[in-house]
Write a protein that binds this ligand. Sequence first.
Ligand code: AMP
Ligand code: GLY
Length: 426
Amino acid sequence: MRILLLGSGGREHALAWKLSQSELCSELFIAPGNAGTLQYGANVDLKLSDFEAIHAFCLEEKVAMVIVGPEEPLVNGIVDFFQSAVRGRDIAVIGPSKAGAQLEGSKSFAKAFMKRFDIPTAAYGEFDNENYQEGIQYMQQQKLPIVLKADGLAGGKGVLICMNHVEAMAEFELMIQKSKFGEAGRKVVVEEFLSGIELSVFVLTDGKNYVILPEAKDYKRAGVGDTGLNTGGMGAVSPVPFATEEFMQKVEERIIRPTIEGLEKDNIFYQGIIFFGVIKVGEDPFLIEYNCRLGDPEAEVVIPRMKNDLVELYLATVQQKLDEAQIETEELAACTVVAVSGGYPGDFTKGYEIEGLKVGISNTSLVFHAATSKAAGKVLTNGGRVLCVTSYGHSIAEAVLQSKEVLNSIYFPDIYFRSDIGYEFI
Ligand code: AMP
Ligand code: GLY
């Protein structure tokens, strides 16, 4: 089968690596891809917002399956676009419909869904220009810190944790009246702060059945000890030691199952990944958020720990046969450590040559490119998060040590990575 994978990050490199191992994959295209994905297929210059061009490419190249890495095309309705009657519905797109992707695309939609199906989550109110004053009063009554969330997609920047009421009011005003996050933040969800430890839980659903993939924990802050600015993710580990069988059973009963049943009850077409951002409060799981795709950098540990043939799983997804599938998990732990451009998540320079990419790579480590390009035979940095070095180990500590060793042999100017990924478990 000929497959098109959409995206260009570390998640997509990990997916390309895995998809290309399947005997069912005869040809892989990655759009737009990066210097790393070139090892597994052809990079194609397509805009992820141009569904017409993506569809035309699929027809021309006889692509039978499209796998969508990032959220934007899903939230913008790529699944519905491919499934419309005029386009013949014979190209399978793995991912939710536009309505299903609202679980990520609208915090307000997601919270209402959780409430409707009794899924444990933080108490909240939602406000816009219409009920602005009500929002001010609501915040005055809230305990600190106060969590403010832009309703729409804000590139991971739309959540603010405010330590006092004055800051909360000011941010609330900026979001609603000054469009701090553009249209995405003209509606705001104000939420109770939950105190606990977070993990990312991934499910692949065919709309009726589901399988649970290996769980992961990511590290969002730029600095050691979870300090500094929020980033797209500086590293991840899997498994997560506190995700015991007992805890995961609660997650499944209270969060996963009601979600799948809720989607079915609401007649929302969903054949793809659901990412549950879970927080453990005391011994109980609460749902912080949904995403409609794999996490990045979580995918760089989740995919390497899956022994299944990924194409087989995706085929079972479109055939609604996931009840017959079983996830086989690698027992070794995995970690990924992200090497970023100096200055990230603030200003940084692109276009540096990356050296040492081949040195130090063994069969216990994988280097996934997150933002690289290739020019005149050289691999260049092409963004903030540049590379993710994933390693296997008998423990998280061993895996992290291995990734750091590999990273010490890779060089580009101002390279930075967190030295303490997985610190709580070491
Ligand atoms: P999100 O963009 O929804 O993933 O939120 C970003 C991060 O903000 C989450 O990963 C949490 O660390 C934090 N967060 C969001 N909502 C809450 C909440 N209600 N209580 C505590 N932390 C939260
Ligand atoms: N690592 C979190 C995310 O992908 O949203």
